[in-house]
Design a binder for this molecule. Structure first.
Ligand code: CTP
Ligand code: MG
Length: 246
């Protein structure tokens, strides 16, 4: 049987091992509640909502794997999806690598999705998978920017005036989100080859010289980073409850 005759199988890796320093003191960010349900559970449901995703690997806080396993048992999740939990590492990159190491064979498309983006709509997830299935080695959902961006010479002292170096044309810039989708072999190669510290997986694939493409992201796929983002996330959930009766 040739490779082309096999249906593609998709797994999602959800890095959830961060502390959430910018959110302030408290439980690890992914375990904080949004309208009573842990952020991680929202994120897992968002990915498992895609019929194409048959396995979700959650990368838990290093000492929190048992707690995350019992959370996954306690909340209703789709029966057709398999779940695995592995402990994470010191950086996001390390956590993603630990998740990839736990992937069983047989999955040829891998999504990497931040637990900190709990409200990504399933249509965005499906659009990313569709673009990988159509042949792109790496796919990133992204949005145009609202703010103009300046490149500066960062000041040594926080708060000191910083000289502007350049103003990139805003129309050419995109703010990238997750899930990012990959041909599994290429993502594994990227994580084995690239050692620089990066903040997204697609940039590692770029460093290999492979083409990365952007598809439309969604405003509800924003990352919960600072306290105000919790307010926004709960407002989105309240709006959904009104419009979906859910
Ligand atoms: N992440 C991870 N392992 C780490 C650091 C981050 O799995 N060592 C995950 C986070 O749990 C999050 C995603 O990577 O789902 C995006 O990271 P970010 O939003 O920066 O989360 P934190 O690192 O937790 O937040 P902060 O940087 O404010 O501490
Ligand atoms: Mg971080």
């Amino acid at each position: 049987m040739s490779d082309d005759s096999r249906p593609s199988r998709t797994a999602a890796v959800i890095p959830a091992a961060g502390r959430g320093v910018r959110l302030g003191p408290g439980a690890p960010k992914a375990l904080r509640a949004l309208n009573g349900t842990p952020m991680l559970i929202h994120a897992v449901r968002a990915l498992a909502a895609s019929r194409a995703v048959s396995l979700v690997v959650v990368v838990a806080p290093p000492d929190g794997a048992a707690e995350v396993k019992s959370l996954l048992d306690a909340y209703a999740l789709p029966e057709r999806t398999d779940f695995l939990v592995v402990p994470g590492g010191q950086s996001r990159q390390e956590s993603v690598k630990l998740g990839l190491d736990a992937l069983p064979p047989g999955y040829d498309i891998v999504l990497v999705h931040d637990a900190a983006r709990p409200l990504v709509p399933v249509d965005t997830v499906d659009a990313v998978i569709e673009a990988v299935r159509a042949g792109a080695p790496a796919v990133v959902p992204a949005l145009p920017l609202a703010d103009t961006v300046k490149e500066v010479e960062p000041a040594e002292t926080p708060g000191a005036p910083e000289p502007v170096v350049a103003t990139p044309a805003r129309a050419r810039l995109r703010a990238v989100q997750t899930p990012q989708g990959f041909d599994r072999e290429i993502l594994l190669r990227a994580h084995e080859t690239v050692t620089d510290n990066v903040t997204d997986d697609a940039s590692m694939v770029e460093q290999l010289g492979e083409q990365v493409v952007v598809v439309p992201g969604h405003e509800e796929a924003f990352k919960v980073t600072r306290p105000l983002d919790l307010v926004l996330a709960e407002a989105v959930l309240a709006r959904r409850r009104l419009t979906d009766g859910f």
